[in-house]
Design a binder for this molecule. Structure first.
Ligand SMILES: C[S@@+](CC[C@H](N)C(=O)[O-])C[C@H]1O[C@@H](n2cnc3c(N)ncnc32)[C@H](O)[C@@H]1O
Length: 204
C-alpha cells in the first residue's frame, strides 16, 4: 500500500457532503469538447452491459445507452434527471465506501470528473473491483475543473500528469485490477485524462 503524505486526503470543507451536494446542479461540469473526449474514451474502452456510473449526476457521458445503467451519486433530483439511468442510488462514498451492490453485479464502471472528492479512494476502488465481474473495466476520467473546497489537498497540489499517476496508484493499491492504463485525450479548453483498469480474472 502506498503511504500518501500527511494531509493528502484533507479537504478545506470537511463538512457533510450531503449538505454541499443538497442543491441540485443540473449543469455541465466540463466544456463541450471535453464532454466529447470523455464519450470517445468510454466508447473506446467499451462501456457496455450492466454499467455503474459512480459519483453520477444527470448526464453519464455515454454515447450509447448500455443494457442497464445504475447511477450512484449524492443528489436524488440530479439522478432522477438522468435519461439513461435504469436504477438510481443516493449513497455517500466518503461516509461509507462500501458499495450497496452484490459481488460481480456489473460489467463496467465509470467515474467522471469526480475521483478528486474521494477521501478513501482505495477502499472505493477495491469495492468497484468487488462489484465488477472478472474481466470488467473500471474507467475514470477527469479534467482540471473541480469544486476546490471539496477536492482533496493532494489533488489540488498536483498537475494533470501527477493526477493520472495518483489515480493509477489508487487502482494498483486496490489490489484487484490488472495494471492501469492512463491516456491524455484530445479536447478543446478543458484537458481530459482517462485512466482504466481491468478487473483481474481468477488465477490472474
Ligand atoms: C463534478 S460532479 C460530476 C457529476 C457527473 N459525474 C458528471 O460527469 O457530470 C461531482 C459528482 O460527485 C458526486 N459526489 C461527490 N461527493 C460524493 C460522495 N461523497 N459520494 C458519492 N458521490 C459523490 C456528486 O453527487 C456529484 O454528482
Amino acid at each position: 500500500m502506498t503511504d500518501f503524505p500527511p494531509g493528502f486526503f484533507d479537504r478545506d470543507d470537511d463538512g457533510d457532503d450531503a449538505r454541499f451536494y443538497g442543491p441540485p446542479r443540473l449543469v455541465q461540469h466540463i466544456d463541450d469538447g471535453a464532454i466529447a473526449a470523455v464519450g470517445a474514451f468510454y466508447d473506446e474502452v467499451g462501456v457496455t452491459g450492466d454499467v455503474l456510473d459512480l459519483m453520477g449526476s444527470w448526464v453519464s457521458h455515454l454515447r450509447t445507452r448500455p443494457r442497464h445503467l445504475t447511477v450512484l451519486g449524492m443528489n436524488a433530483a440530479e439522478l432522477d434527471a438522468n435519461p439513461m439511468a435504469a436504477a438510481r442510488v443516493v449513497h455517500d462514498l466518503n461516509a461509507d465506501p462500501t458499495l450497496p451492490f452484490p459481488d460481480a453485479a456489473f460489467d463496467t464502471a465509470v467515474c467522471t470528473v469526480s475521483v478528486d472528492y474521494l477521501v478513501r479512494p482505495v477502499a472505493v476502488c477495491r469495492e468497484v473491483g468487488r462489484v465488477l465481474r472478472p474481466g470488467g473495466t473500471f474507467a475514470l476520467t477527469f479534467s482540471n475543473r473541480c469544486f476546490p473546497t471539496k477536492a482533496i489537498r493532494g489533488w489540488l497540489a498536483a498537475d494533470d500528469r501527477q493526477r493520472a499517476a495518483i489515480v493509477a496508484t489508487y487502482l494498483r493499491d486496490a489490489g484487484v485490477f490488472d495494471e492501469p492504463v492512463a491516456q491524455q485525450r484530445a479536447s478543446t479548453d478543458d484537458p481530459v485524462i482517462g485512466v482504466y483498469a481491468v478487473r483481474r480474472r481468477a488465477g490472474g
